[in-house]
Design a binder for this molecule. Structure first.
Ligand code: SF4
Length: 375
């Protein structure tokens, strides 16, 4: 078994974290059957510490696995179709607009791409593909290097990250365009740059276009959804016992993973008994795992976020370090851990220049409380 330290673990290359091995699962099409969901919960419970995290690319991370049982965990996930038996194929990152319907453009293009995963060249672990072919864009703020998305003219287009516009692509040619773009990226030394947005080489002519992307749509709200019910997961986490309880909800036909710390429970009616109802204030806070689970962190993050939640009205981001794993976009207030304390910045990303530095958790509680109580 290979163990890597870094930021793109897979099921075949788990990452050593402060709470044990971290194993990432990318369910095909971002959808899990009830049987898959149940097995994932059982694996997390039996082989991990029970913590399951939903990632910003709609993947799942099982935490706290021991080296001795990691192979057994992976084997169970392969057997149920959640992990590809080929480590190279398993490492491919394909993100779909989660509200796809069978046979629609998003589903059709993804199916064509999954059929041709072996045609993609070896890519850096962070490089990903997004398929966002609904009427409006839902993945515009989600990280991806190569995209198929709806254009403002109603057609489909291919767009490389960092480009404001894309090139039209004909129906049926979308997967070929993505593969060609990925091959160009490798052939033009994109691997040295790491990500498409940092790659300075001029795009091939066929990938340059003037089509503007379609309008954006907001992520689906918590509650009723055309596919069932959307639920929020505070900090993107669900415990294995809670996950297994979801598997028994009446009406459930499948689980869609989203990049917004929300699950869409297919077939479940809003108001169904047993649906989790987390504190909505926690859903407005982004907080990474922090210490001790992340070796990069010198501060505990989620316990502070819970303490501050009653006083928070703006978007708050509590980050264990300047990497800002929990939120790539700016937040109204961001607290960044540094040497056991926090720096505070406004309308900023983690690690941006702060307006206050060296704040202890107790100072922050008092500060947030005084602001909330101010007349
Ligand atoms: S942002 Fe949080 S999870 Fe990411 S490396 Fe820093 S401490 Fe770890």
């Amino acid at each position: 078994m290979t163990i890597v330290r870094g930021w793109c673990p897979t099921a075949w290359a788990p990452m050593a974290a402060g709470d044990g091995l971290l194993l990432r699962v990318r369910p095909p099409f971002g959808r899990m059957t009830i049987a898959q969901w149940r097995v994932m919960g059982e694996v997390a419970q039996e082989h991990g510490n029970g913590a399951i995290d939903l990632t910003s690319r709609a993947g799942l991370q099982l935490r706290g696995l021991a080296p001795a049982t990691c192979d057994a965990a992976r084997g169970a996930l392969i057997a149920i179709g959640l992990v590809d038996p080929d480590p190279v194929r398993d490492a491919r990152s394909v993100l779909l607009a989660p509200d796809w319907r069978p046979g629609d453009d998003t589903h059709r293009i993804a199916a064509a791409l999954y059929d041709r995963l072996d045609d993609l060249p070896p890519l850096p672990g962070k490089v990903g593909i997004a398929i966002d072919a609904g009427a409006a864009l839902t993945l515009a703020d989600s990280p991806a290097d190569f995209r198929i998305e709806r254009g403002r003219d109603g057609g489909l287009m291919v767009r490389a990250d960092g480009q404001a516009t894309g090139a039209a692509v004909s129906p049926g040619a979308e997967a070929t365009a993505l593969i060609a773009l990925a091959r160009w990226f490798v052939a033009s030394d994109g691997i040295a740059a790491g990500r498409m947005a940092r790659h300075a080489a001029p795009l091939p002519g066929w990938a340059i276009g003037t089509l503007a992307p379609a309008a954006r749509a907001a992520p689906p709200p918590i509650g009723a959804h055309p596919l069932g019910t959307a639920i929020g997961l505070p900090f993107g986490r669900i415990d294995a016992s809670a996950a297994l309880a979801l598997a028994g909800l009446p009406g459930l036909t499948g689980v869609r993973l989203t990049p917004w710390r929300r699950l869409i429970l297919e077939g479940v009616a809003p108001g169904t008994a047993g649906l989790p109802r987390p504190d909505p204030r926690l859903l407005a806070i982004d907080a990474c795992v922090g210490a001790p689970a992340c070796p990069q962190a010198s501060v505990a993050t989620r316990s502070l976020a819970i303490r501050l939640a009653p006083f928070v009205t703006d978007r708050l981001h509590v980050s264990g370090c300047a990497k800002g794993c929990a939120r790539a976009l700016p937040a109204d207030i961001v607290l960044t851990g540094r040497d056991g304390r926090f720096d505070l910045a406004r309308h900023a990303r983690a690690g941006d220049p702060p307006v206050m530095t060296g704040l202890a958790p107790d100072q922050l509680s008092a500060l947030f409380g005084s602001i909330a109580c101010a007349p």
